[in-house]
Design a binder for this molecule. Sequence first.
Ligand SMILES: [Zn+2]
Length: 186
Amino acid sequence: MSADSLLPIADPSPACRVERSSVHGNGVFASRDIDAGERVIEYAGREITWDEAQLRAARQGGPHNHTFFFSLANGNVIDGGDHGNDARFINHSCAPNCEAVEEDGGRIFIYALQPIRRDEELSYSYPLIYDGRHTPAIKRAFACCCGAPNCSGTMLAPKPRRRKAKPVAPHVPSAASTLSSAPAAC
Ligand SMILES: [Zn+2]
């Protein structure tokens, strides 16, 4: 046995795992109890420019891929679809139990907002910034199905005045409810 094999592994108890979600596609679930304020996982991925993100989305067939993009304060984007990890499968919720925080160096970490029980699905509020027209098809594609009593019905943020969003956007403001007349895709 080499000395290396005696070293402790980095994370013997990962806090979460990916599984099918009743909300949307894959989701991320607590694999153990998580404390409020605990750092759960990094939102990993390659840092690219906004322009590169637009190119990648276009190449891959449109705005659906924006769901893996995360804006940084410096204007760049983390592409969770490029060298990303399980964090990219965390679903949006209008009543989230986690939040994303950008830390020094442009790294994004997901923190628990409240105690989370084992097997509970992780979620965070992720108002998606979509620069194009909010057509009915786009609204359908980004309908929110989180089931929270306060669900706004959409994952789309109201169209911003500026192009770049803060990485940790506030809870979807009530103005977003103007989009909730979109046909539900849930
Ligand atoms: Zn919702």
